[in-house]
Design a protein around this ligand. Structure first.
Ligand SMILES: Cc1ncc(COP(=O)(O)O)c(C=O)c1O
Length: 422
């Protein structure tokens, strides 16, 4: 690897003005990586603050349902803030302290990365601004609420498709004007070098644990590992530990949205992504014939992104990781299936990995040992899932809440009117 290239992918396509900032970040990251004390302090923080190691849970009922094929679930949903995003933000937070910066900015899609960043900033005493597509602000209001309560400023981005790619553009614009005291805390294994490699390094904690745990619990390596792929951080986090084990099949699951033929999806590697350069790096992007970025769609805001990690693009080109896509409706069914079978509520993003595993399990060898990386928990998705399931009890609850608020607003208006003598 040179200059952050992974085969033909990666690199650092950044404006001249950011060169020095990236150079300093690369030095800070490489110095930390070479320093065992840094990783030890990271491990300690993750153990004592985030609740690691996360369990590897044998899904007994699913295993029985699929004829004794063993299904294990890596529980990133049990991290502080409910997703694997905590691994990356805490690691980068430690680096920010080492670099002596006082402010962090971040982009977020599902909001999980934003909540994780705001949490880290609160703990480490950093100022925090989060850029978020206006559509995602609507879809993920509970996460916006928490980011604000944690002390972050959330900036809704109204340009373009009002989703993650537009939030990234806006965050980069901020960074160009603030890089002296600000770190851009990228949430996934994308962007210009050294971000993909650095984020993958912090997330490698998932696979390190999972490998040890499966050897202890199952007495063997897994035959299959499934992980959802937005930018690719949770997938790389778990895949890295098995890259040199050719008998372990690694499956990355992208957002099939309304189906690949509909054009409304976010499947770059399993779909029709084309190699290009954007957001500071070279990878597969969903583009139209003129090379313009296409709008993407997924029921899961965290997978609704136009590019994909250059490291995964390389592993795809090498044939080491297989890519598949799960549709929105398959994902909602998988979510229900896992809840009912195991009492685990997965995030919509993670449910893509569950959906693909459920699709393939009946065809796998009888002695298959499967790990599903459950990147996050589903309570953030309650509005989307309740909508998708068209739950009448939930509809009633929201309607009566809205009526209560309307009554309260009316009362306040009358009261204020009386006070001002109107
Ligand atoms: C729970 C969860 N899983 C997965 C993702 C996708 O990101 P990545 O591919 O970097 O793991 C997100 C992104 O927001 C997320 O919140």
């Amino acid at each position: 690897m040179s200059q952050g290239y992974h085969g033909a992918f990666g690199g650092a396509f950044i404006p001249e003005i950011l060169h020095e900032t990236f150079r300093r970040l690369t030095v800070a990251y490489e110095t930390a990586r070479a320093d065992p004390a840094f990783w030890a302090s990271y491990l300690q923080l993750m153990e004592n603050y985030s609740g690691r190691p996360t369990p590897l849970t044998l899904a007994d009922n699913l295993s029985r349902e699929f004829g004794g094929r063993r299904v294990y679930i890596k529980r990133e949903d049990l991290n502080q803030t409910g997703a694997h995003k905590a691994n990356n933000v805490m690691g980068q937070g430690l680096l920010v302290k080492r670099m002596g910066k006082r402010r962090v900015i971040a982009e977020t899609g599902a909001g999980q990365h934003g909540v994780a960043t705001a949490t880290m900033a609160a703990r480490m005493g950093l100022e925090c601004v989060i850029y978020m597509g206006a559509e995602d602000v609507e879809r993920q209001r509970p996460n916006v609420f928490w980011m604000e309560q944690l002390g972050a400023r959330v900036v809704p981005v109204t340009s373009g498709s009002r989703t993650l790619k537009d939030a990234i553009n806006e965050a980069l614009r901020d960074w160009v004007g603030s890089m002296d005291d600000t770190h851009y805390l990228l949430g996934t294994a994308c962007g210009a070098h050294p971000f993909p490699e650095m984020v993958a390094w912090f997330q490698s904690i998932i696979g390190e644990e999972a490998r040890r745990q499966i050897l202890t619990q199952a007495g063997t390596l897994p035959t299959h590992v499934y992980a959802c792929v937005g930018g690719g951080s949770n997938a790389l986090g778990i895949f890295q530990a098995f890259l040199n084990d050719p008998d372990v099949a690694l499956v990355g699951v992208e957002a099939g949205g309304e189906g690949l033929a509909s054009g409304r999806h976010a499947a770059r590697l399993a779909g029709d992504g084309v190699v290009g350069v954007a957001h500071g790096y070279k990878t597969f992007f969903l583009q139209n014939a003129d090379g313009q970025m296409r709008d993407t769609h997924s029921v899961a805001a965290g997978l609704d992104y136009v590019g994909v990690s250059p490291i995964l693009a390389h592993l795809h080109a090498q044939g080491r990781v297989r890519f598949a896509a799960a549709t929105d409706s398959e994902v909602v069914s998988a979510l229900k299936h896992l809840m009912r079978a195991e009492g685990i509520i997965p995030a919509l993003e993670s449910s893509h990995a569950v959906a693909q595993a459920l699709k393939e399990l009946p065809e796998l060898p009888a002695d298959a040992v499967v790990i599903i990386n459950l990147s996050g928990r589903g309570d953030k998705d309650i509005f989307t899932v309740a909508d998708a399931l068209d739950d009448p009890g939930w509809r009633h609850f929201i309607r009566s809440k809205a009526e209560n608020y309307a009554r309260r607003d009316e009362h306040n208006q009358i009261f204020q009117g009386k006070e001002s003598g109107q």
